[in-house]
Write a protein that binds this ligand. Structure first.
Ligand code: ADP
Ligand code: MG
Ligand code: MG
Length: 917
């Protein structure tokens, strides 16, 4: 006996005030499908969503795994689902007299702007278009819809999904372009301004011509059968999940391939049915500033995509949405006040429902409003912080949610540099556009995504300049410092992607014309700039300058939402955060950002930069000394500089620890290399030039990173340690005498063995005794510890720990020595390693968990077992990297120390780790 098994549910319907799915089903229905269901069916919403259904991501995965076949039972479910749409819409699919037309839309779990393709007006052919003319009473409208279907279908289904690469030279010379050119030529030939003047015969002829082009270009025919169109469309969406562009985008955004995409099939509504129709997009709050004002753009008599494509300048929905280009256009609240009020009510409802800023799409067809999409809106860092703080104050969300709402990347983008205002005032403005991504950036002009990628790989700084961007450009956009488009609005592809990445971006910059043949841009004033010329962008204001302008940091401290937000963050931060700082300015900055001490003070900084001449000369004398007596004399000269420097930083940081690392770099770094400077040094020191030359020769090393540096120097020249210890203790003594709470931590670099520590500790303790006596103090507070930056030190942590108060992982050197990768030379092979998926990412940016991470865990474990009071920190670049912080938080370290500008990022990442667990 055969048992009839019910096949699995592959299709979820929505519409008519009901929905089979809901917002929690994103994994199965994709983001768009789940939200359409929620808007259409949730009892508190029941918004007017055109009826439709969602084909699940399971079907996509089945399709990918089974050579483009569908699961058993799927066809039947699809037929039934269409029947249901026919009932709800009172129209018939593939019917001549009262045709039902559909949109086919992709939608993955997470929104990927523009990545997957949408096909509109599915269900038209030469016969059915007649029915549509009767239905709408508008021949031009019906034929426009038909042409749109033909173009989209040819582009998306017949070309892209079939795997034909459209990228000949970066400008996308595919079938779409041929078809659009043909339409332009046909129109010009007939002397019409637009397509709304054709006779019926001309409409028909144009359609025929377009179909011929498709056949000629792609060797395939446009299918006249609506069912074939439907199946082709569904297949195209599924196939495009594995298209080159989608795969690339997923790689950049770390989206797993197994997620798959859903397909949404939906009854068409038309924003292009005349002056009482329109289409638009909006955000429930301003996505650039975070201000709590409905923000949106719309186009009268236009179909969906036109707003995003940036062909016409969209009008603002209200006065809060106006910008320089749209300020004179009529707002929706003036043009259609009643519908605006309805839309405004819906957007408020949606935000309250989702408790987050929503990004919505709507269409008005002959005075009836439809909601076509809603999703959590992308926003830049400033807006994210302001919304989080505001929504918390409005009691919409709690403090934990607010802290989780802002990503560390968004904080990073807020701390991004901007153009120096003085530089801006002096510079030449060449154009103005829309400020789509804030901050400042400069770089050389590149016109294609691949050029940008190449030039950045070769170490260049690039601004990608395009008429408009499309998903094909994503890699170049990612590589570039900034993006500039001449077309497109604040909701164009370029704007959305840049906003998501916190990248400086200007869109709709119509003052500039691109001549892609000559690889030039021409400004309104006739100025011509070539590929490779520098330009600078002020993405906050939308201003473009010629030349490379200097950058500076924003005064973020003045942003009230930011300080409130950071206070909330600090109340959750689990791990303590300190700063790597040497200068007074950096230390003060670090404190203002909430750092609880300095985790790395590099003593050698006094030999670099401003005011370094005198101490550097003393250092050079020390290095060139021929006898211990000479060396001591030079060190005595150096001593007051060291002491003053340390005293300053200790005093600023009073109440907090300051970890002072003893001299680390190899000595040859301090000696001059050209003859002129050598002679000068000879004059200044009185040493013969050949003695200096000799010393330089002696110090030359084959592998300086593995050479005479760190504690090895201090073993060879104990008097250096003695001088530094004396500087630290005297500075501290003088401050504690003044009743200041001071805690220096003396840190030994590049250690491999406990005996090195014993050797150094003995010297330091001798000096300690002397200074105590000298200042008549019974004790001076200090800690003694070591960096862990060699694999041997990590493995022998149990032997090092009893001799120390603290460890600090120098993860840069530890990575270098564990992987055997020279940090300065990885450029030649690392890209290949990442491309071939041998390692997931640059190990100097994100900690290598399996290898370096394991050494850290071993060292923490052994170290803490051998010395229960041992304090452990991380002071490499990784300490400011959110991905790595995720790892550190779980590995038992007590604090992180990163550059002052990374402190807020590290605090946020640490707080979010704390909240998650
Ligand atoms: P994306 O993910 O790129 O936003 P969408 O699926 O939202 O793609 O569709 C692209 C455009 O087509 C949007 O502007 C949308 O409003 C429009 N559109 C999609 N479905 C319909 C429909 N049923 N009726 C009218 N316009 C639609
Ligand atoms: Mg959309
Ligand atoms: Mg080091």
């Amino acid at each position: 006996m055969t048992k009839r098994t019910q096949s699995k549910k592959y299709i979820y319907a929505f519409g008519g005030g009901k929905a089979e799915g809901n917002e929690s089903m994103k994994n199965l229905l994709g983001g768009k499908g789940a939200n359409l269901a929620e808007m259409a069916g949730h009892p508190k919403l029941k918004l007017p969503v055109p009826p439709g259904f969602t084909i699940t991501t399971e079907v996509c995965n089945y399709f990918s795994k089974h050579n483009r076949h569908y699961p058993v039972g799927f066809t039947g479910q699809l037929t039934l689902a269409i029947k249901k749409l026919e009932q709800l819409s009172d129209k018939k699919f593939a019917d001549f007299s009262n045709p039902l037309l559909l949109s086919i839309r992709s939608g993955a779990r997470r929104s990927m702007p523009g990545m997957m393709e949408t096909i509109l007006n599915v269900g038209l052919n030469d016969d059915i278009v007649k029915g549509m003319i009767e239905q709408s009473g508008d021949m031009h409208f019906a034929y426009e819809a038909y042409r749109r279907l033909i173009i989209m279908y040819a582009d998306v289904v017949l070309e892209k999904a079939a795997g034909i690469d459209t990228l000949l030279n970066g400008y996308g010379k595919g079938v779409r372009k041929f078809l659009e050119d043909k339409m332009d030529r046909y129109r010009e030939k007939h002397g019409y301004r637009d397509h709304h003047h054709y006779t019926l015969r001309e409409h028909k002829e144009l359609i025929k011509l377009l179909k011929i082009i498709i056949h000629k270009t792609l060797g395939q025919k446009f299918p006249d059968d609506p069912w074939q169109q439907l199946w082709g469309g569904i297949q195209a969406v599924f196939a495009s999940w594995n298209g080159k562009r989608a795969v690339e985008y997923r790689k950049i955004e770390h989206i797993p391939d197994e997620w798959g995409t859903a397909v949404n099939v939906q009854v068409m509504v038309y924003g292009n049915m005349g002056e009482d129709s329109c289409t638009g997009v909006g955000f429930t709050r301003n996505p650039a500033t975070g201000e709590n004002k409905f923000y949106g753009e719309y186009l009268v008599n236009a179909q969906g995509e036109d707003v995003v494509a940036g062909i016409r300048t969209p009008a603002p929905v209200n006065k809060f949405s106006a910008n320089a280009q749209s300020k004179d256009l009529i707002t929706l609240d003036k043009k259609m006040p009643k519908l605006y009020r309805q839309l405004n009510k819906y957007q408020q409802q949606l935000e309250r429902h989702y408790k987050d800023m929503q990004d919505i799409e709507f269409t008005i067809e002959k005075g009836v409003l439809y909601m076509l999409q809603c999703r959590t809106g992308k926003r830049n860092g400033e807006a994210a912080v302001r919304m989080a703080v505001d929504m918390f104050k409005e009691k919409m969300i709690d403090a934990k949610t607010a802290v989780m709402r802002v990503s560390p990347e968004q904080i990073t983008s807020m701390l991004l540099p901007m153009l120096n205002p003085a530089g801006e005032r002096a510079a030449q403005i060449i154009a103005k556009g829309l400020p789509a991504g804030p901050g400042g950036a400069s770089g050389r002009i590149a016109f294609t995504s691949s050029d940008a990628v190449q030039q950045v790989a070769a170490g260049g700084q690039v601004v990608l300049v395009r008429e408009e961007t499309s998903p094909e450009d994503v890699q170049g956009m990612h590589a570039a410092n900034a993006i500039l488009t001449t077309k497109g609005g604040m909701t164009s592809h370029a704007a959305l992607v840049a906003r998501g990445w916190g990248k400086c971006c200007i869109v709709g910059c119509g003052d500039i014309t691109i001549n892609s043949k000559e690889k030039q841009i021409i400004t309104q004033d006739g100025l011509t700039l070539k590929e490779g010329d520098y330009i600078s962008l002020n993405g906050t204001k939308g201003i473009v300058y010629a030349g490379a302008l200097p950058l500076m940091q924003k005064a973020i401290e003045k942003n009230k939402s930011f300080s409130t937000f950071m206070k909330m963050v600090t109340s959750f931060a689990g791990i303590e955060v300190r700063a790597n700082a040497e200068t007074k300015e950096d230390a003060i900055k670090a404190l203002s950002f909430g750092a609880k001490g300095i985790g790395l003070f590099r003593t050698e900084h006094i030999f670099y930069g401003k005011g370094s001449e005198a101490p550097l000369l003393a250092m050079q004398k020390m290095i060139c000394s021929r006898t211990p007596a000479e060396r001591q004399k030079a060190l005595n000269e150096l001593f007051p500089f060291m002491k003053k420097d340390m005293r300053q930083i200790l005093e600023i940081m009073q109440g907090y620890p300051v970890t002072i690392r003893l001299l680390d770099p190899p000595l040859h770094e301090f000696l001059p290399h050209d003859e002129g400077k050598i002679n000068l040094l000879s004059e200044q020191t009185g040493l013969p030039a050949d003695v200096i030359q000799q010393q330089i020769q002696l110090l030359r090393e084959t592998n300086p990173m593995l050479g005479h540096r760190g504690v090895r120097l201090a073993i060879s020249y104990p008097e250096i340690t003695r001088m530094q210890a004396k500087a630290i203790f005297e500075a501290t003594a003088e401050l504690i005498v003044k009743k200041k709470n001071i805690l220096p931590e003396i840190m030994i670099p590049v250690t491999i063995d406990q005996h090195e520590l014993d050797h150094q500790k003995k010297i330091i303790l001798d000096v300690y005794q002397e200074v105590c006596k000298q200042y008549k103090l019974s004790k001076i507070p200090f800690h003694f510890g070591t960096m862990i930056e060699t694999p041997r030190a990590a493995l022998l942590a149990n032997q090092l720990a009893p001799h120390t108060d603290f460890f600090s992982f120098g993860t840069n050197d530890l990575t270098q020595m564990t992987m055997g990768f020279s940090r300065d030379d990885i450029g030649s092979f690392l890209p290949g390693y990442i491309k071939e998926n041998i390692i997931p990412s640059d190990p100097f940016a994100h900690i290598d968990e399996p290898g370096v991470g394991q050494l850290i865990k071993i060292a923490v474990d052994k170290g803490k077992k051998a010395n229960r009071k041992l304090e452990i920190g991380v002071c490499g670049e990784h300490a400011g990297d959110p991905e790595s912080i995720h790892f550190f938080a779980g590995s038992g370290v007590d604090y992180l120390s990163c550059s002052p500008y990374r402190v807020p990022v590290a605090l946020l990442a640490a707080a979010q780790e704390g909240i998650k667990y």
